[in-house]
Design a protein around this ligand. Structure first.
Ligand SMILES: [Fe+2]
Length: 184
């Protein structure tokens, strides 16, 4: 079976393209390849484009439903980088709506100005084989979510020089408590 070589880009359409574009431009420090008043095409790396934004015609409906896009997810190479991104976003006035230790990843979730989700995460495991094995484990199978973490606490621990593996260590008790609280 043919498989795609890579995931290349996302295109987001908006009733307020300039506002949406500005959020992503800052969040990803985008390089703009082409732009007019109806569209913008941008990248953050060697790929020719990673994002495009297009303007929807007309006015936004009076009662816009929540975006059907749950989230786009972006992996960072280290916990230090994830925390640096968190601090940069905080400086831009964007705080995560949820921060979760899922087990395979530590994930910070944001909402863009149109309500689309954006996940910034770091893998807890060094290899994809380890991550896949974890997804198949009993620990993960009984709680596919994980538990919430405090990003300020994570950032403070990074500053204190606590090893990333220790900061991201999966707290099984917290995971079990989360499941109990959700069931009750
Ligand atoms: Fe995700």
């Amino acid at each position: 079976m043919p498989k795609p070589l890579r995931f290349a880009h996302a295109v987001l359409q908006s009733y307020d393209m300039p506002r949406l574009f500005a959020w992503y431009k800052d969040a990803f420090e985008l390089e703009v390849l082409a732009q007019n008043e109806r569209a913008a095409i941008c990248t953050y790396d060697e790929e020719h484009h990673r994002f495009a934004f297009t303007q929807m015609p007309g006015e936004a409906p009076a009662e816009r439903q929540k975006s059907p896009l749950k989230h786009l997810a972006y992996a960072y190479g280290s916990l230090d980088d994830l925390v640096a991104q968190y601090r940069k976003m905080k400086g831009l006035g964007s705080l995560p709506v949820e921060c979760v230790n899922h087990g395979p990843t530590l994930s910070f979730y944001y909402e863009d100005p149109d309500g689309n989700g954006v996940e910034f995460f770091v893998d807890r495991f060094a290899t994809m084989d380890e991550s896949k094995a974890y997804l198949a484990s009993a620990s993960f199978q009984k709680n596919l979510f994980g538990y919430y973490v405090d990003p300020e606490l994570v950032a403070a621990q990074v500053d204190q020089g606590v090893p990333a593996a220790q900061i991201m260590a999966y707290d099984q008790q917290a995971a079990d408590d989360f499941m109990k609280a959700r069931a009750s």
